[in-house]
Design a protein around this ligand. Sequence first.
Ligand SMILES: CC/C=C\C/C=C\C/C=C\C/C=C\C/C=C\C/C=C\CCC(=O)SCCNC(=O)CCNC(=O)[C@H](O)C(C)(C)COP(=O)(O)OP(=O)(O)OC[C@H]1O[C@@H](n2cnc3c(N)ncnc32)[C@H](O)[C@@H]1OP(=O)(O)O
Ligand SMILES: Cc1cc2nc3c(=O)[nH]c(=O)nc-3n(C[C@H](O)[C@H](O)[C@H](O)COP(=O)(O)OP(=O)(O)OC[C@H]3O[C@@H](n4cnc5c(N)ncnc54)[C@H](O)[C@@H]3O)c2cc1C
Length: 642
Amino acid sequence: MAAQIWGSEKRARRRREISAKIAQMPELHDSKPLPFMTREEKIMESARKLTILTEKMGQIIDPTDPAELYHLNNEVLGLEGNPMALHGVMFIPALSAQASDEQQAKWLPRALRREIIGTYAQTELGHGTNLQNLETTATYDLATQEFVLHTPQITALKWWPGNLGKSSNYAVVVAHMIIKAKNYGPHPFMVQLRDEKTHEPLPGITIGDIGPKMAYNIVDNGFLGFNKYRIPRTNLLMRHTKVEADGTYIKPPHAKINYSAMVHVRAYMLTGQAIMLASALNIATRYSSVRRQGQIDKSQPEVKVLEYQTQQHRLFPSIARAYAFQFAGAETVKLYEHVLKEMKSGNVSLMADLHALTSGLKSVVTYQTGEGIEQARMACGGHGYSMASYISEIYGVAIGGCTYEGENMVMLLQLARYLVKSAALVKSGQSSKLGPLVAYLGVKSEPTSLIDRIPNSGFTEYVKTFQHVSKRQTLKAADMFFGLMEKGEKREIAWNKCSVELNRASRLHTRLFIVEAFVRRVNEIADIRIKEALTDLLHLHVNYELLDIASYALEDGFLSASQLDYIRDQVYLYLGKIRPNAVSLLDSWEFSDIELRSVLGRRDGNVYENLFKWAKSSPLNKTDVLSSVTQYLKPMMEKARL
Ligand SMILES: CC/C=C\C/C=C\C/C=C\C/C=C\C/C=C\C/C=C\CCC(=O)SCCNC(=O)CCNC(=O)[C@H](O)C(C)(C)COP(=O)(O)OP(=O)(O)OC[C@H]1O[C@@H](n2cnc3c(N)ncnc32)[C@H](O)[C@@H]1OP(=O)(O)O
Ligand SMILES: Cc1cc2nc3c(=O)[nH]c(=O)nc-3n(C[C@H](O)[C@H](O)[C@H](O)COP(=O)(O)OP(=O)(O)OC[C@H]3O[C@@H](n4cnc5c(N)ncnc54)[C@H](O)[C@@H]3O)c2cc1C
């Protein structure tokens, strides 16, 4: 199963080897539990481990393999971030995709050797979503052949970029490029922020940390202002766009090609989210198989809480989602790598499809991951609320994904643009022009679902039902939009009036893709035992998801009330079937205790001993009487007693 999750036997074996090596290297372990550290201590601890890793990485992993790097990162540095998180996630990908060969030769080796630390500075205090209204300017000075970066007002301060505040000395900065008074829109520039020797901010740069956040606090998300700060013309990233010395602008082959670093993260973050969901579920499911509370049969002893159907219903559909996201994420990364290769050789024809797909997936996956993690926390009762479970930290980090890399509603609307264009093709009889991801929009569906009528139909009837509801909602939302425009409404106003319905279409389309990715994967599996276990999970997935969106299929009678009963019964049937495999389905992800950082979810299952030991190690328990008591509470009580 681990091979299915991680992509191959080799990958699963390498993960085990890496975890085993790390277990033998105490210098790479947290020196005390992270929840007992202040933010400053955590940042220091993370930098300590990061520098050891830089020295010893080659002994542990193949540093050129992104999957091994990611695993090493999760084990040693953890999900709360590190001083170079954005360096790997966005700075290097931005340089790789957007810098010319010459520029890459100059900067990439230095970045890879970690001579310099970089980030991606795009979002501003006043604007994150609407990139056209970013306010930082890069004005070309023909006389000196330099760009002058400037922050005209407070809302133009860069705000949020990870590791910008304190760690990075370079950044890819996105600014509006102005040449001879003409604004060419947002473009990426390589900018040195700090002196390489002293790490002091360079003259003309105002920089700092934006303060503590909901989670992810090891990362110094920062602010940045420029006061007429000059950089050479050749610091504009010039793989796709060029500015000649005389100010001549050579436009890129696709208007949005400079957005590729964002698409990179959107594609890669899906498996990151799956891992966070599976981690939280691993903790909650292990704990639920240890925790005994109440009886189902009063004549019997107390049961493990995992025996309760409500507990299974709370956890198991999310286990299925974690697998589904991992499989859909793996497909998306493959597609991304293919499109990136094509883009580098000038073929930009697949960019729109990839953008639409990743926009929808990032939105649905992050939202459902958040839901699943929060349910996992509640499934642990009181102990879930303790930082000993670590689930609240996992939640805080994962839920950030709903916002970063494009706010979810906004990204769903991006996919909706693509769906509406596709609907227009269907309506004008041009279905043959539909791309493979939306080809189903042009296929006539049966009048009713055959879900409970064709035994052994595999998952075909389920896929057809998901296709039906997605198609119907897309065409309905598109009709609503076109109808408003026909009545004379301006395009943007009509769009806004339909946007809730449009986003519903985007979610349904994306959920269909996730189901299909799961089905594709299960169909490929040769090992009969693995196939059987995953088929059960897939049964739960399709039935649970369909029940969740059933209103769309009931509206037009595609599903009947009796079919809904059938689907519901299937959910209960598969909850029971999955119960014996539940812990194994999560243990198969092979998270080490070091990586999980959860006292509640350790592999040994000694929940109560571990919790008590952890509580005793709390800094508050170093003394029996705290100074807050001697200084304030004791005098108050004494005064009251007088
Ligand atoms: C093995 C694993 C290895 C590595 C792991 C890797 C990843 C890590 C995994 C997990 C990470 C965990 C923790 C990470 C933690 C921290 C966060 C990390 C990074 C966060 C960084 C950021 O947030 S950076 C800032 C991101 N900002 C945004 O996303 C802004 C969102 N806004 C936009 O994208 C745009 O403004 C817009 C798309 C909403 C609109 O753009 P614009 O105004 O320019 O567009 P127009 O309206 O003029 O035109 C729209 C047309 O353009 C098309 N379009 C838009 N974007 C694209 C694109 N990217 N590609 C192709 N086409 C695009 C759009 O479709 C429209 O086309 P039409 O034909 O319909 O007109
Ligand atoms: C943990 C974290 C890490 C980050 N890291 C980075 C980084 O490294 N680099 C970087 O540059 N940025 C980073 N960001 C910033 C992030 O990319 C932005 O916050 C994000 O893109 C959302 O933009 P915003 O904050 O402007 O939200 P807003 O756009 O102001 O969103 C507020 C509300 O308005 C709605 N809304 C906005 N526009 C529309 C629209 N057109 N239609 C409908 N509704 C709309 C949204 O749906 C949302 O409900 C990070 C953010 C976080 C939380």
